[in-house]
Design a protein around this ligand. Sequence first.
Ligand code: FUL
Length: 639
Amino acid sequence: MTLDLSRRALVAGTATLTVAGAVAGPALGRGAPDAGAPKPWGALPSKRQVAWHRRLMYGFVHFTVNTFTDKEWGYGDEDPKLFDPTGFDPDQIVAAAKAGNLDGLILTAKHHDGFCLWPSPGTEHSIKNSPYKHGKGDIVRELSDACRRGGIPFGVYLSPWDRNHADYGKPAYIDYFRAQLTDLCTNYGDLFEVWFDGANGGDGYYGGARERRKIDAVPYYNWPAMVALVHKLQPMACTFDPLGADLRWVANEDGYAGDPCWPTMPNKLYEDHAGHFGVRGGELWWPAETNVSIRPGWFYHPDEDAQVKSPAELTKMYDESVGRGTNFLLNIPPDTRGIIPEADVASLTAFGDGIRATFRTDLAQGAVARASAERGAKFSAARVLDGNPDTYWSAPDGVTTPSLTLDLPPGRTFDLIRIGEYLPLGVRVTRFAVDVDDGTGWREVANKECISAQRIIRLPAPVTARRVRLRILEAPVCPAISGIALFRSVAPKAVPHLRSQNPALVDRSAWRVVTASAPGAEAILDDDATTPWRCAPPGGLTLDLGRVERMSGFTLTPSRDFADNSGPPGRFVLESSLDGRSWQSVKEGEFANIANARQTNRIRFDAVVSARFLRFAFPLVANGKPMIAITEIGAFAAK
Ligand code: FUL
């Protein structure tokens, strides 16, 4: 794979193209503006975007032939017969999502490999040629029905890049893609979101051509027309993420938004920095969605069973996504049975229980709200406590830095402060501060930019306070604050860390690092894909496996941190030894697509290797950064 496959390269590398009619979306669904209400300011959200903001958190379901081939990006030549879940249970998937407090599910109806989870007309590369339900299955139908039964909304991911289709890159493919989109938007009930992946063009099967195809995504897909098609068929579905779509990418796949993360953007293609932080005063309402997988990969891989994110890690991501005004999209991939594995359900449940317990009781209720300025009874300070997202406190025009104080009943102990703006009037507050008074006088606990849909401030420790104050420090117009709430966080219960019992993998419990070119290499054995070992290239390490193992391959998981000065290794040289003195060459080669996908690479040996010691050399960094960063190394057991 080459570098121009990523969304990052796509958005950065193409000339500007603007959306016709810069203000995002259709009418807000409000009637005539409230008498006496402040005038809206700046870019405004559409009705569907306002509804989307209130959803906060929902799930992704990555499921396709990759689940069965142990890959992240299928080439497009997979035999449809490989797709054969032994116990697909959409209600179990919905129940797992609900246990995790996820309000909706988005299914990969078609990933880059082109395999369709529904019997899509116009292709043989679909579930109709798989053994599942003797070719009569339709996973899109089954999961959308289960979502409806479970009372959560449903959405679809449809990969524009199709590595199977013979016409990919030609106009005929666009007709096929639009027909697929029409089918999904017409025959599966209401959709709340339609996800267009930014990875586009590269090598693939392409009907047998097995070649590399490059496209110029913006003119090729004609995104404004594609988005309009979705909106016509599904008026409340938010589209992700090309220019002209309702939602943007947060510029990483690691579950955190920028601080601040403005929901507004200039009317042009964006680079990572703008996607991550948004742009104050931008003319489009184009809010960020923060996506991450509960495991290192987007698809299920048995070698990641011990790397399910902990409830505490998920809670941190909630703080850094929802807490910064974005929505949190958490991927929960089904395994080859077609259900969410037990370890993932356990983590999700503990996370969801923690969120439910935390936000159950608003400790600001019963307070008396007073403001330094009010716009009148309809916009009084008390509106921030009425629990109604459609009412708000505001000040007279021209009063741009008012403050609002809550006088709390005695004994209120909290460590989370949640503030929200009334979005239909725009994102009005530029900078704000929060103070608490625990009886010893005011103390500033936050001073930040951007409130937007919601801002959640976590204090380092709970405080028992009689007064809390919001000070608007900078704003172009008077504020419109719809809510202020206080919570006492309940830490999620820890779930026992699972050591993989999978017989397909070599048990690493006796493994240790013998030598390494840089300190800290033990991090590659800690089952935590967020703790990297960093070394300068060329680097390397030697592992003692504790006993002689028979192996058929190895796995290497790179760091997913896009922000630091390191990147994944580009190549490897592997040697083995029985005694740590005489070494045999095992294999050397490249880590495929590692710079873009940042996923676990699974390298199969040409023949079974029996060894007690493994010696890895990593000659270079895949993306030209100064350091190599690796989070895990494991091995496949030979059968
Ligand atoms: C990326 C894709 O390439 C991954 O496979 C995954 O679907 C992720 C959500 O988006 O761009």
